[in-house]
Design a protein around this ligand. Structure first.
Ligand code: FAD
Ligand code: UDP
Length: 386
């Protein structure tokens, strides 16, 4: 006899899929089945101990930060937190300076009297603790501000952005470089959000806690595209009509066989290295904005505070275009008007299926941080549950 169908089907077990699954199971009492194509839960936040016993983030370094009390409180049900504030330095021709470029960076880049003069001008123009996107700072007419803007543009943004996106900073949507604004401050933290940290045990255990519910059934190593079919206004699961709610968190173009062409995404190759030293670098992340093929190196022990001497693990991130032939899903949607219009063609196809919803960074084709995804999942749960 065929197995009973569940009430809800969730495709993908990242932040989006896990939060919505938990909400539908717990608050609405639904039987939820999650299908995940990878061999692990947690999507990009999955972490595990490598052969040296060092907790590493398999899909790149993840630091939780949010201004949303709702998201912080929600995730805190499943973890306690290490109080970690991320700091990044850029290796500019061998000299390390804070990124986002701030007043400390200014003083390390320029001789004291010039740095003091420019600092005064920046504070007078923008105010202390203000954040100025580099493309905005480049509009300034004052010659000394224009000079520092060119310095920052050329040494922090130009090559890093070319590596990351295959495009110059003024060829990509301005919100991307505005994520790392020039910061008129002596605060060296990468994020200023009210809540920030790293799960005390691991991201994976946070997800295990979230997914531990009698009404959630999880199947790993399963590509939903092999079992899900959207046809003539109806969703079919294992060739049977499925009338429950389907939440899809993977790339939307791939669900429709890329019929309008592929949605462009950037992806990363992660190269992990173990070193027989207690510390490899002075901060959690060192960015390489003027040289190297990789964009940044992260040393996990800074994030996780693991006390292990004589060994450490780092990861280098090598960006490239996503071809679709990869085993892994892509990481970065390339948001611009043309790609968003293409995305909209795919999204419109879903209008025909009232029980089908898209959620998450891939499925919504939006460059969201994890807290934004958690919030969107909670909002969608509110809508669905009422
Ligand atoms: P994902 O985590 O991508 O999860 C989607 C899941 O769906 C995946 O597990 C995938 O395997 C699965 N899937 C896809 N297609 C199918 C299919 N057909 N069948 C079955 N399963 C499928 N955010 C922060 O807030 N702080 C950070 O420090 C941070 N650092 C980041 C660093 C890197 C290198 C990257 C790439 C992202 C970072 N992010 C960070 C962003 C964060 O990873 C995302 O916001 C978050 O992962 C989005 O969650 P999601 O569930 O939408 O997507
Ligand atoms: N960026 C840069 N140089 C840096 C840091 C960031 O040019 O040293 C630009 C680059 O275009 C990058 C964007 O700012 O893609 C956003 O950086 P962020 O650190 O937020 O990227 P993510 O952590 O999401 O990869």
């Amino acid at each position: 006899m065929k197995k009973e169908l569940s009430d809800c089907l969730v495709i993908g077990c990242g932040m989006a899929g896990s939060v919505i699954a938990r909400e539908l199971a717990e608050r609405a009492g639904k039987n939820v089945q999650i299908l995940e194509m990878r061999n692990n839960i947690g999507g990009n936040m999955y972490d595990f101990k490598d052969e040296k016993g060092i907790l590493i983030h398999r899909y790149g370094p993840h630091i939780f930060h949010t201004n949303s009390k709702r998201v912080f409180d929600y995730l805190s049900r499943f973890t306690s937190w290490l109080n970690y504030s991320h700091e990044v330095v850029g290796d500019i021709h061998g000299k390390l300076m804070p990124i986002p470029f701030n007043l400390n960076s200014l003083h390390s880049a320029y001789e004291p009297s010039k740095a003091a003069r420019i600092e005064q001008k920046l504070i007078t123009t923008y105010g202390i603790n203000s954040k100025v996107p580099i493309l905005e700072l480049r509009q300034q007419l004052d010659p000394e501000i224009a000079e520092i803007a060119e310095f920052i543009y050329n040494n922090i943004f130009l090559y890093y952005t070319q590596k990351q996106w295959g495009l110059a900073p003024d060829e990509i949507d301005s919100f991307v470089t505005a994520r790392v604004p020039v910061f008129i401050s002596y605060d060296n933290r990468y994020f200023q959000d009210s809540y920030q940290g790293i799960p005390a045990e691991s991201y994976t255990s946070l997800f295990e806690g979230m997914l531990k519910h009698p009404k959630i059934e999880l199947t790993l190593n399963t590509d939903a595209r092999k079992r899900l079919r959207l046809e003539s206004g109806r969703v079919f699961f294992d060739d049977r009509p499925f009338n429950g709610t389907v939440i899809y968190t993977g790339p939307l173009d791939e669900l429709f066989d890329c019929r309008y062409g592929r949605l462009p995404y950037r992806t990363l190759d992660f190269v992990f290295e173990s070193h027989n030293t207690t510390w490899y670098q002075p901060k959690g992340t060192v960015n390489y904005p003027v040289d190297q093929d990789y964009t940044r190196i992260t040393e996990f022990k800074h994030l996780t505070r693991q006390l292990l001497s004589g060994r450490t693990t780092i990861v280098k991130e090598y960006p490239r275009a996503y071809t679709g032939a990869d085993d892994e899903t892509p990481y970065y949607p390339i948001q611009n008007p043309e790609n968003s219009a293409l995305y909209e063609c795919y999204r419109k196809l879903t209008d025909e299926f009232p029980n089908f919803r898209v959620l998450g960074r891939l499925a919504e084709y939006k460059y969201y941080n994890m807290d934004a995804i958690a919030e969107k999942a909670l909002d969608l749960a509110d809508t669905l549950i009422g």
